[in-house]
Write a protein that binds this ligand. Structure first.
Ligand code: FES
Ligand SMILES: [Fe+2]
Length: 441
């Protein structure tokens, strides 16, 4: 007689225990493309690290920035995270962190957790998350109906606070709400900000907001709104007031990702060879540890290096201001050429962020920047942004984890660590501030 089989009747495991065997997928469904599965209430991905190889099962998130590894790929017999290219073997060991350079040794915390056992039997992949009394999974072939896999649980969320787009502290900041060109005189724009709709009018050159805001201003071709008294000023962009620079805004983009993780990517260097392989190439290099200098409302990091393209010394500067204003400046001091990209993020709703990007170019000794050069730079920046947003579409993030031990930080992550600290301080200051009444309106 066929015995109905379900995970609920799989073994005589104690209540709350995850010991025993769990059927998680048809063997034929598991290839070199990872599949997310659940076993014993835990999330794993199952994958073959070679086309006809055995099935490997590892925990479902990368420990670095908690990227779901269902988005990972298989490269040279290893599972490779799509964000920074960390590689894991069949035992879950992290065997390579590209930003550490060829001699870098991944720390033990970089390893993924693996179930006690993985087996294929009768066309099914089975996992035993913990040591179990039976060394092999039960038979499920013959006349016995195939068991139902467990529902796939969400991978474990961070244990500490996560800075999302509706954090209450965000009322105390300047936020971009429109490009100035979107707001003609006598007209208005409706903007989502922090889960509310604001109408910003321009009347006789003056800006005002409905509902009333602590401030509305126009600067650098952007309309800014501060719901309550901001904790800090708008980021200074000297290039925007320098006549030697030509500047152009990209059309504003939108992402379902929260602004914190987006800012993290925009400050990050180590993702470039992996996320931007299609636009900038794939040569992964060791990322030197950045020196980060704290500044009021944020930080700055300056790196100098010699270009291998004959451009001499190059200087890269990153500047960040809370909550979501940042720029990256690349200079060649010998020629005076500068390329700056300014990013401003508008936290619209819990799952919506509007992204403003401005490219500012100076040709230095070569004189004025030709229009076609600026157009090419804008198109290139649009391609880069699209790649970053495609990554975030797969990241499934609720916000930026503020507890540093919820993620794993390596020397290339100094800017990311500084970002988390700055936002933690910002959130704490906002939480203790005596806000005016309209903060809760
Ligand atoms: S390598 Fe996985 S998130 Fe960085
Ligand atoms: Fe990027």
């Amino acid at each position: 007689m066929a015995i109905p089989w379900s995970p609920a009747t799989r073994t005589a495991a104690a209540p709350g225990s995850s010991s025993g065997w769990y059927p998680v997928a048809h063997s034929a469904e598991v290839s070199t493309t990872p599949v997310q599965v659940g076993a014993g209430g835990r999330a794993y991905v199952v994958v073959r690290l070679t086309a006809d190889g055995e099935v490997t099962a590892v925990s479902a998130r990368c420990p670095h920035r908690l990227v779901p590894l269902v988005a990972a790929g298989v490269v040279d017999g290893h599972l490779q995270c799509p964000y920074h290219g960390w590689r894991f073997n069949a035992e879950g060991r992290c065997v390579e962190i590209p930003s550490l350079g060829p001699d870098g040794t991944p720390p033990p915390r970089a390893d993924l957790t693996v179930p006690w056992a993985v087996e294929e039997r009768d066309g099914w992949v089975w996992l035993a998350p913990e040591r179990t009394a039976t060394l092999r999974p039960p038979r499920s072939g013959g006349s016995r109906p195939a068991p139902d896999p467990e529902p796939v649980p969400d991978p474990a969320p961070p244990s500490g606070p996560v800075f999302g787009n509706l954090d209450p502290s965000l009322t105390r900041a300047w936020h971009p709400v429109a490009l100035a060109d979107e707001l003609v005189d006598g007209g208005y724009v409706q903007a989502r900000l922090l889960g509310r709709t604001w109408t910003v009018h321009r009347r006789d050159g003056e800006l005002d907001a409905d509902p009333p805001a602590w401030g509305v201003q126009e600067r650098y071709g952007v309309v800014w709104l501060a719901p309550d008294e901001p904790q800090g000023p708008v980021l200074a962009v000297p290039e925007a007031e320098d006549p030697r620079f030509a500047a152009a805004w990209l059309p504003p983009a939108r992402s379902a990702a929260p602004a914190g993780p987006l800012a993290d990517t925009l400050l990050d260097v180590a993702h470039v060879p992996f996320v931007h392989a299609g636009t900038t190439g794939t040569s992964a290099e060791e990322v030197p540890a950045h020196v980060v200098t704290p500044e009021a409302g944020g930080f700055r990091s300056v790196q100098e290096h010699w270009s291998d393209r004959g451009a001499g010394r190059r200087r890269a500067t990153s500047v960040y201001r809370v909550p979501f204003q940042l720029l990256r400046r690349l200079e060649e001091p010998a020629t005076g050429t500068v390329r700056t990209v300014l990013f401003l993020l508008q936290p619209e709703d819990r799952d919506s962020t509007r992204i403003y990007t401005c490219v500012l170019l100076c040709a230095g000794d070569a004189g004025a920047v030709p229009g076609d050069v600026l157009a090419v730079a804008v198109t290139h920046q649009e391609e880069l942004l699209a790649e970053d947003l495609a990554l975030h579409a797969r990241m499934d993030s609720q916000g930026l984890p503020l507890l540093l031990r919820d993620e794993l930080h390596v020397p290339a992550d100094r800017l990311g660590v500084a970002l988390r600290r700055a936002l933690a301080d910002f959130a704490a200051a906002g939480a203790t501030a005596d806000l005016p009444d309209r903060a809760s309106a």
